[in-house]
Design a protein around this ligand. Sequence first.
Ligand SMILES: Nc1ncnc2c1ncn2[C@@H]1O[C@H](COP(=O)(O)OP(=O)(O)OP(=O)(O)O)[C@@H](O)[C@H]1O
Ligand SMILES: [Mg+2]
Length: 370
Amino acid sequence: MSITYRGQAAAAALGLTIDTLRRSADDAGLKVERKQTGASSTRVFRPADLFSIARWRATHHGPAPAKRAVMAVWNPKGGIGKTTLAGNLAVALALQGLRVLVVDLDFQGSLTLGFGYDSELTLEEAKAQGRPEDDVIEYHLGHLLPGADERQPLARVIKKPWGEMGPHLVPADLMLDIVDYRLLVETLSGAQSDLALTKWIAEGRAGKTPGCDLSIYDAILFDCPPSKNRLTRAALLASDAVVSPVNFEHYSTKALSYLAIVLNEMVEHYGRCPELMILGNEHDPQRVRSSMHVAAIAAQYGDALLAQTVRRSEDFPRALDSEPKAPLLLARPTSAAADDVRAVARLISARLGLFTAKGGSRTVEPQHVA
Ligand SMILES: Nc1ncnc2c1ncn2[C@@H]1O[C@H](COP(=O)(O)OP(=O)(O)OP(=O)(O)O)[C@@H](O)[C@H]1O
Ligand SMILES: [Mg+2]
């Protein structure tokens, strides 16, 4: 079973009119499947088609990708929407035409699961169920970092659930905990393990790591666990921005002050920290306490609070229950909550200057659409 869209849902996912969607698909030379309904046939788009169209539009019409960025999604409070928003933002940025790599840093592998991969699935089970071998998770971030027992090329580690132009995933499984432990041991023996991901990205972008070319990615996102472990610290230090979800309730607002302390420590030790972007999640403007927290956060953190929030919507957990699994933006692109996430992604892209003004170009090679 795979996700398919008729014109209206496909256009909504890309923020285009149906006419522009059709024209872009034709101009890009994309072979879109047609389904016969009565005497006429209609186009049926798949997620991979949407990402290919988005990339084609960005590289041919602009606004073109202008700058690369790294983002960590983190708030030490658990269950606040980090994984939900990381997965949906990764999809939203790829639907803007960016090449995106999203890295699951939580050994629970929730993001991995939300992208359709069960880290407990064995090869034997996959075969017995008639599933492709690629559904099996064998490797995680630890296999990409120097010092790994079994270092692997990027191509063997990443998953591409929605094709080449969709977000690529570095999955997680229970063994990711060992990487965190290894970084801790390195730190205790005097190494600067907090810089592990900063170096990995710098070297991968510069083509200095054989088999791990990170230069193709416009955006790298880390979905951090709800703890300040070594991997989280390393991800924060490697990031240009930390997107921190809050649900406008006391615990998550309080967690922000803890996050601010971590960022200040980072400045003291390393002379830099990622830009804080506070993202209101599960927002319900009808609730008075919600509005109180918005005002308090705005007073304390000013512009760090993003003007766009994401509403509370059952569509998020519903997308998790749907089969095949996919973030809401792909599962139900016409949902009002999906609109919120797309608007947040536009805001973040603008803040980080990820795109040129319309028509401009970095040196992005137009890419072939399969
Ligand atoms: N805007 C929203 N409206 C309704 N439900 C939401 C919203 N955002 C997230 N959720 C739900 O909240 C639950 C927790 O979300 P999620 O797993 O993303 O949090 P998390 O911060 O990553 O958790 P953890 O700290 O364990 O990593 C999920 O069931 C998700 O579907
Ligand atoms: Mg999570």
